[in-house]
Write a protein that binds this ligand. Structure first.
Ligand code: AP5
Length: 225
């Protein structure tokens, strides 16, 4: 099964993708994480990516499509959660072609619906473990021990360079202009499922689980008598 988690910055895509990895053995493909890794590479491309990300703009389609293609090819039997990809209609078309070329299909697109006020609060309070990637929030999901990651015990807790008011404005604009048209695109393909992303993390996770469990018969995994 391959799914997309679609939603604006701070909607909870990364949080839910990590849970799906743990609970269903799927692989999270976050273009944001891949680009954050690329920006530390010290290359010219890394420097360009860093400047674009810090401003809150979108990196060019060819770069992100190339990153995703590498990952799909490297794990031919895996089930993927696309987190933060696709973000433009060109990326969506490219993903469809990529999956087809690799004998895969897209099973569902889960839209996390949230409002802008909630997003601002979420982004302002977010911090991440720099070692294992676990995502936290000052108010809604703090670490159990102050300054120590619950998952891996690291004290390398970081805040993202693009989690500031100015970059967030641009990220939201980019989302509404370039990414939100994907809602109609996937609705027309019969793949869209909308979930209330304002609900608590566990409730959102259960709603996503219900959508995926209902899809299983279509996946051919349920035996008929
Ligand atoms: P990316 O890293 O993908 O960032 P984003 O889409 O802006 O999404 P976020 O990671 O900010 O939010 P999220 O939805 O994952 O929320 P999270 O789970 O962390 O992209 C960064 C940049 O990379 C882009 O701006 C662009 O430059 C570039 N880029 C990436 N992909 C690209 C592409 N395909 N094409 C071109 N450029 C690309 O949750 C947020 C906070 O809320 C956390 O603190 C969490 O604990 C909390 N929270 C989560 N769910 C809940 C809940 N239900 N209730 C309360 N709190 C919650």
């Amino acid at each position: 099964m391959n799914i997309i988690l679609l939603g604006p910055p701070g909607a909870g895509k990364g949080t839910q993708a990590r849970r799906l990895e743990e609970e269903r053995g799927m692989i999270q493909l976050s273009t944001g994480d891949m680009l954050r890794e690329a920006r530390t590479s010290g290359t010219e491309m890394g420097r360009k990516v860093a400047a674009i990300m810090d401003a809150g703009e979108l990196v060019t389609d060819d770069i992100v499509i190339g990153l995703i293609e590498e990952k799909i090819k490297a794990a031919p039997n895996a089930s993927f959660i696309f987190d933060g990809f696709p973000r433009t209609l060109a990326q969506a078309d490219a993903l469809g072609e990529l999956l087809e070329r690799n004998g895969k299909k897209l099973d569902a697109v889960i839209e996390l619906r949230v409002d802008d006020d909630a997003l601002v609060k979420r982004i302002a309070g977010r911090y991440t473990c720099g070692d294992c990637g676990e995502v936290y929030h000052d108010a809604t999901k703090p670490t159990k021990v102050d300054g120590v990651c619950d998952e891996c015990g690291s004290s390398n807790l970081i805040r993202r360079a693009d989690d500031n008011e100015e970059a967030l404005k641009t990220r939201l604009m980019e989302y509404y202009k370039k990414t939100s048209p994907l809602i109609g695109y996937y609705y027309a393909k019969g793949l869209l499922h909308s979930v209330d992303g304002l609900a608590p993390i566990d409730t959102v996770a259960s709603e996503i689980a219900s959508v995926l469990d209902a899809l299983r018969p279509l996946d051919g995994n349920v035996k008929t008598p």
